[in-house]
Ligand binder design. Sequence first.
Ligand SMILES: *Cc1c(COP(=O)(O)O)cnc(C)c1O
Ligand code: SF4
Length: 379
Amino acid sequence: MGGASPPDGPQGPTDFGSANRGNEILAQPTTPVRPQPTPDPELAAPAEARPDGWRAALRDAVRDPAELCRLLGLEETLAGPLAERGAAAAAGFPLLAPRSYIDRMRPGDPNDPLLRQVLPLGEETDIVEGFAADPVGDSAAELTPGLLQKYEGRALLVTTGACAVHCRYCFRRHFPYGLAPKGVEAWRPALEAIAADDSIHEAILSGGDPLTLVDATLAELAARLAAIPHLKRLRIHTRLPIVLPERVTDAMLGWLTGSRLAPVVVLHANHANELAGAAVEAIVRLRSAGVLLLNQSVLLRGVNDTADAQAALCERLVEVGVTPYYLHQLDRVAGAAHFEVPVERGRAIVAELRRRLPGYLIPKYVQEIAGEPHKTVLT
Ligand SMILES: *Cc1c(COP(=O)(O)O)cnc(C)c1O
Ligand code: SF4
């Protein structure tokens, strides 16, 4: 990430970017500055160097399964099955994968653990008993539009239905996000409900992915939350630092760490291969800003359902400064049955992790059971 300064602006290691684009301080001391030959710095700068470069990267994400297969040299292996039933799977919940995430997949490997998380497959159209549209009772936990409270002391704001990646196993794939409030004013009832209940100490921004919203909106929301005296923590549930690392801008760090609320970010990485390249830089930036970083993952067949894969993930997380928090048993959402790992097998994997790793590297293996006062620990 080089500085996105105008041609006549400051250059070199101390380039802090142009003042006319807000408070972005993107230059890192060791980053070489690219020459900017054209007169328009917005066009000349690499996409990730601009404060809103993440939006361009999101627009540029791959949405066509055939293109994804082409990029990975998998036309031969995957084109047939995809053309048949994969297209039907993609119709309800389309493919969405940022290019920087695809860059971390192994070319030529149809079983790549990152590819499997995003590629629509025919199995999704199978109807399997016990797999339902709202397996975790979100609809019942809704206090006001977009505000869920299942657990004491914490309230969860569904800020948006949008994500930067469509994870095929996602339990929210059928949630009626069209109904989530669309802007700060629309969140007024949710904010009032939080303000009226002084037992709530933590606001969780979730979704979808809250970081798909622009920083101006999130800064306004964070400020309104910080004005509620009994709130102590602001927690963000996001996969963007992993799948769209460009999103960790200085403006984002500004509103996240700039209030009296203690900032907590719960990331979502399922495999060690996701923790590479720019994602690591994004994590380091979050850490350096003083954010408590945790990770939740989902136990997924064919992705991370071995002790080796889990141990590698946990060790890699801690290597980059993230504490493993939860390993979720898959929620039984319609379309995701082929990802399910039996609980007994999950328990055996976690038992093996306990043998191999220090205690602080072991995530809690949990399941969300509708109506329970907390997530249920399975071991
Ligand atoms: C998972 C979840 C939380 C957070 O639970 P923690 O155990 O504190 O991580 C809060 N609200 C809802 C609705 C949730 O699903
Ligand atoms: S990023 Fe999270 S909410 Fe979005 S599709 Fe993936 S698992 Fe679901």
